[in-house]
Design a binder for this molecule. Structure first.
Ligand code: FAQ
Length: 355
């Protein structure tokens, strides 16, 4: 058992990797075919043209005119997503030196490096909207942009690394697979690769937990404890309920988001129930039961007041995460300066050769 085998037809969760592959094919075909909606004429209203491209389910590209609010929404969401990948390296990074074997260490190291790579693709996608990476990093460091609430919870045991892979990467995939069909081309394209890599991450987390639940009683108890602590924060990752979601309606009209927060949360719960059974773990929700008429599980909602407190900076690790990031940024100043100096030297050399 390898965890949720996303590519299998009958996989719990309905073959999410298959959806990524279909989105990739659609992107490639659209690029080869060119736009069905022709370029705007000199007298055409640009807002009407933008609406027509969205309506035809085609991609908006960086060179295209777009409403200022669309650009701002994308910068907010993509930046928040990029920051989450970078801050998300901390809870797992905490365990690289303490992973229980050389093999586990190597796998975790590679996974954490992948998250850094995701942050870079996403910063690059955000830069196509006319904001620089330096500005985005500054907005993270001074607390004016957010990152996902989930990374403000501590990783207390090795089982937490498994729970992050299984639940947090699992939630990230459920949320991000539809983003492969986002109306903004650079974000959709970045998501294809990110989702493929996240599916490996999810499997490695599941495999860690599978090993623990098939180990000693103490190891199984450690896995259950991790699930007990990470379950509700993982459900909260999908954001506030639809009734309180400020951006969903507009983002869905623009086809940035394809499903609402509650729809994706439900999809995640339905996927996890069968996987928890395979692991032999109990989801800490006495209200969890199959609803025949909805063909989905009824479940207890996370504490949304807690989500709001964590988002506003009052989670268990908010201060620690921000301070660590600022320190790492300061300590990296010499690396950035050296890279700039090296680039300048190379440019100077090139100029001399050309002269
Ligand atoms: N945390 O109106 P909505 C990962 C904010 S990547 C913090 O519903 P929206 C990989 C929201 O910004 C995880 N803030 O907002 C990994 C808004 O605030 P504002 C990150 C949250 O945008 C794994 C307000 O609440 N993934 O895990 C959260 O339509 C393992 C109202 O909310 C993404 O960023 C939250 N959980 O929907 C890395 C995916 N939820 O600006 C390392 C892309 C909501 O009005 C290890 N993002 N807020 O003050 C999205 O899909 C969306 O932005 C949502 C929120 C669904 C997160």
């Amino acid at each position: 058992m390898y965890g949720n085998d996303f590519s299998a037809e009958d996989a719990p969760g309905g073959g999410l990797l298959g959806e990524v592959e279909a989105a990739e094919v659609a992107l490639r075909e659209a690029a080869e075919r060119g736009r069905r909606v022709g370029a705007p004429g000199p007298d055409q209203d640009l807002a009407a043209y933008f609406a027509e491209v969205i309506e035809a389910d085609q991609k908006i590209e960086p060179r295209d005119w777009m409403p200022e609010a669309y650009r701002k929404t994308l910068i907010r969401q993509i930046a928040q997503h990029a920051h989450s990948e970078i801050i998300g390296m901390q809870p797992e990074g905490n365990w690289i030196s303490r992973a229980p074997s050389l093999k586990r260490k190597a796998i975790l190291l590679a996974k954490v490096q992948d998250e850094a790579g995701h942050g870079l693709y996403l910063y690059a996608a955000a830069e196509t909207l006319g904001i620089s990476r330096d500005e985005l990093v500054e907005l993270l460091l001074n607390g004016r942009q957010k990152y996902s609430s989930i990374f403000n919870y501590p990783t207390l045991t090795w089982a937490d690394v498994g729970a992050i892979g299984w639940l947090v990467d699992g939630a990230a995939i459920v949320n991000q697979v539809p983003l492969c069909r986002c109306s903004y081309g650079p974000y959709a394209r970045a998501m294809i690769r990110v989702c493929k890599e996240e599916s490996f991450h999810q499997r490695q987390g599941f495999e860690i937990l599978h090993t623990l639940t098939h180990g000693t009683g103490a190891q199984k108890a450690m896995a259950q404890d991790a699930l007990d602590r990470w379950w509700y924060p993982s459900l909260a990752m999908f954001g506030p309920p639809d009734t309180d979601s400020t951006h969903s309606a507009q983002s869905m009209a623009w086809k940035i988001k394809r499903f609402s927060n509650d729809e994706l949360r439900q999809r995640f719960v339905d996927m996890c129930v069968q996987q928890a059974e395979i692991l032999g773990l109990t989801i800490p929700d006495p209200g969890l039961r199959w609803n025949e008429s909805r063909q989905s599980y009824d479940f207890t909602q996370p504490d949304y007041d807690e989500l709001m407190r964590v988002i506003k900076g009052d989670g268990p690790c908010n201060r620690q995460r921000a301070e660590h990031r600022r320190r790492a940024h300061d300590e990296g100043t010499w690396v950035r300066e050296a890279a700039v100096a090296y680039a300048a030297k190379r440019a100077e050399k090139k100029e001399k050769v050309a002269a």
